[in-house]
Design a binder for this molecule. Structure first.
Ligand code: AHG
Ligand code: MN
Ligand code: MN
Length: 339
């Protein structure tokens, strides 16, 4: 570890990364700095979520007499508020909002675009299960002024940065600007994200698969066969794999990034495009996983090559260790059969 023994805050890390690129405008450190503020606020609220009842706030009003917001709406607003005035962005889009989110007229418009899923896995909150936030950053394509839908609807390979936060047993931020993947753990006592996982590489092969198997009945043939294959016994290929499914994509993805294996949300007979959103969930995680040496596909094409046609479109997703995902693709495409 080249930083052994030093305490590296995320801010320092970004500044040092930017110095490697002479002429960098510093926009990036600005964007990340503003984002981390929102993440810390969300972390604080998420870690208090269980107290809401005890503190008597469940009666729809908090101590200030305000309506208690659902946590995903709260997170959505915190991110927007942290990002609307910095002058780095020209437009935003969030999983929680139908339309693009404009920068208020009184603030300058910048060169970048932010897309985000403010709270991923929100149905898990009440059970104290890990949840997350996902974001991705693009360079604008329109020349100036307010950004537009065109700025938001770019294929994933155009991302200049992406990342996620997982609010788990500790809160971690993982991000990439196209130069590897780095993980930071929040030290709540000083309120800083500190470098804890430098240059994360996903194992080429894993031994864990992650999918909602309750949908088995509606899966297509190739998918059924692939999962049966993973359950067969074969020492040479580490099978059977273990099954793990948290139901918060970011928590499942984070484990997959660190331990290897494959996370899947396939299309099926009921939902041909699956459930997850291309712009808010698939693209940013595909960017991270590829940067870590892994692979992400919709079963036919590389996720990052898909040209988006709408902000909230869903996509099947198969993501994780390079060799596992490649093998999965062969089954999905009928190039491989069970033996
Ligand atoms: P969100 O909370 O942002 O709507 O996302 C929920 C997603 C994702 O986190 C998870 O992988 C998936 O829903 C789980 O879906 P199933 O319950 O259908 O397995
Ligand atoms: Mn989500
Ligand atoms: Mn969400």
């Amino acid at each position: 570890m080249k930083h052994h023994g030093k305490v590296i805050t995320i801010e320092r890390h970004i500044i040092e990364e930017e110095r490697k690129h002479p002429g960098a405008s510093g926009d990036f450190s600005g964007i990340l700095r503003d984002l981390t503020l929102a993440f810390k606020v969300i972390h604080r609220e998420v870690s208090k979520a269980g107290l809401v009842n005890i503190l008597g706030m469940a009666g729809r009003q908090n101590v200030h007499g305000e309506e208690v917001k659902k946590m995903d709406v709260f997170a959505d607003e915190k991110i927007y508020q942290a990002m609307d005035h910095g002058g780095h962005l020209c437009v935003m889009a969030s999983e929680e909002n139908e339309d693009v989110l404009q920068i208020p007229d009184q603030y300058p418009k910048g060169k970048y675009v932010l897309l985000y899923d403010p709270l991923d896995g929100s149905s898990n909150i009440d059970a104290n299960v890990s949840i997350g936030t996902i974001f991705s950053v693009y360079r604008r394509v329109t020349p100036s002024g307010h950004g537009t839908m065109q700025d938001c609807l770019q294929p994933g390979y155009k991302q200049v940065a992406a990342g996620y936060v997982v609010y788990g047993s500790s809160t971690m931020l993982v991000y990439s600007t196209g130069d590897g993947v780095h993980g930071f753990t929040l030290d709540p006592s000083i309120g800083e994200f500190l470098l804890s996982h430098e240059d994360i590489r996903i194992p080429k092969r894993g031994k864990i698969y992650s999918v909602n198997e309750g949908n088995y009945r509606w899966w297509y043939d190739g998918m059924k066969k692939y999962v049966k294959y993973l359950q067969q016994e074969d020492k040479a290929t580490n099978r059977p794999f273990s099954g793990r499914y948290i139901g918060s994509m970011i928590a499942d993805l984070h484990r997959t990034l660190l331990y290897g294996g494959i996370f899947m949300y396939p299309g099926d007979e009921r939902h041909p495009n699956g459930k997850l959103r291309l712009m808010y969930e698939a693209n940013p995680t595909a960017f991270i996983v590829e940067q870590a040496g892994g692979r992400a596909t919709n079963g036919k094409d590389r996720i990052l090559d898909v040209v988006p046609t709408s902000l909230h479109a869903r996509t099947p997703l198969f993501i994780g260790s390079d060799e596992d995902v490649a093998e999965c693709e062969e089954f999905l495409q009928g190039k491989r059969q069970l033996t």
